[in-house]
Design a protein around this ligand. Structure first.
Ligand SMILES: [Zn+2]
Length: 281
């Protein structure tokens, strides 16, 4: 048993020896970890400043030459002084019926007259162009979050549909009144797939919509979703239509918010187009 006790002593010594080695190894490891952590911290703390420093000169160098198109990617800090980029009113077509900025009125028919959009999608049993439909869904959801119920009562109307509607209105009310109430085929914003008639608050496609919480919310917040009230109060001499608080037109968020920011009532005035109180000729 001596050998075994000797062996036990050796093992104990080895254990003591390996225990000491382990402590050393652990200390070395700790030192390495601490060094790595220190390096990472250093890298982190010294990381951001160069990027910021690099970003500042580049934006400064861009600012003086205002010919460059305005970049919308970086949100400007609220403290930025008035050096806001001028809104480029030519960045989208106002003539192309596929453009979100297309201006259609009694002097500016769609070209071709029987134009039909290619990307119509369903929205509550009606149709809008895909982008306008998504914006409408977002707007309806945001209103719902405020306890307001907005519904789409009319949206895309085809050339053929407008032919029938116009004919019916003329038959019922005569041509003069029909032309105030319903657009001629090829002259309706509804044919672009970017316009909708909305209702809520117990008032559908009537002037009372302006007095409902829903109508007031749409007028105030529609721009956040790219929608404007296209035929505002007191602008019939420009748009050719009496006040229609229910008729909203998708133009995209940048243009809608610019119209709101500048207090511009109509697309005609914003783009410097002639007033279109009636059909020419
Ligand atoms: Zn309408």
């Amino acid at each position: 048993m001596a050998s075994s006790s000797q062996g036990a002593g050796h093992r104990a010594a080895r254990r003591r020896g390996s225990g000491a080695r382990r402590v050393v190894v652990a200390l070395v490891l700790l030192a390495v970890v601490a060094a790595v952590v220190g390096l990472v911290r250093e890298a982190r703390s010294s990381g951001p400043p160069p990027t910021v420093a690099a970003a500042v000169p580049s934006s400064n160098s861009v600012a003086p030459s205002s010919s460059a198109p305005p970049t919308t990617s970086t949100p400007a800090p609220p403290t930025t002084p008035p050096a806001e980029p001028t809104f480029d009113r030519a960045q989208q077509s106002i003539d192309d019926p596929n453009s979100p900025w297309v201006v259609v009125d009694k002097a500016r028919p769609l070209a071709p007259l029987d134009h039909a959009p290619a990307d119509l999608v369903d929205i509550g049993g009606r149709q809008l162009r895909a982008e306008a439909a998504q914006a409408m869904r977002d707007m309806i959801a945001a209103a719902a979050a405020q306890g307001l119920t907005i519904s789409v009562l009319s949206a895309y109307r085809s050339y053929d549909y407008q032919v029938d509607t116009f004919r019916n209105q003329v038959a019922r009310f005569g041509e003069e009144r029909a032309e105030i109430q319903v657009a001629r085929p090829g002259y309706s914003e509804h044919q672009t797939g970017l316009a909708a008639d909305v209702g809520g608050g117990g008032c559908d496609i009537e002037s009372c919509f302006a007095t409902t919480a829903e109508g007031q919310w749409v007028a105030a917040h529609g721009a956040e979703f790219g929608y404007v009230v296209r035929y505002p109060d007191g602008a019939q001499d420009v748009t050719g239509y009496k006040y229609e608080p229910w008729h909203v037109r998708y133009v995209g968020v940048p243009l809608a918010t610019e119209l709101q920011r500048t207090g511009t009532r109509t697309l005609e005035e914003f783009f410097g187009l002639p007033a279109a109180p009636g059909y020419p000729g």
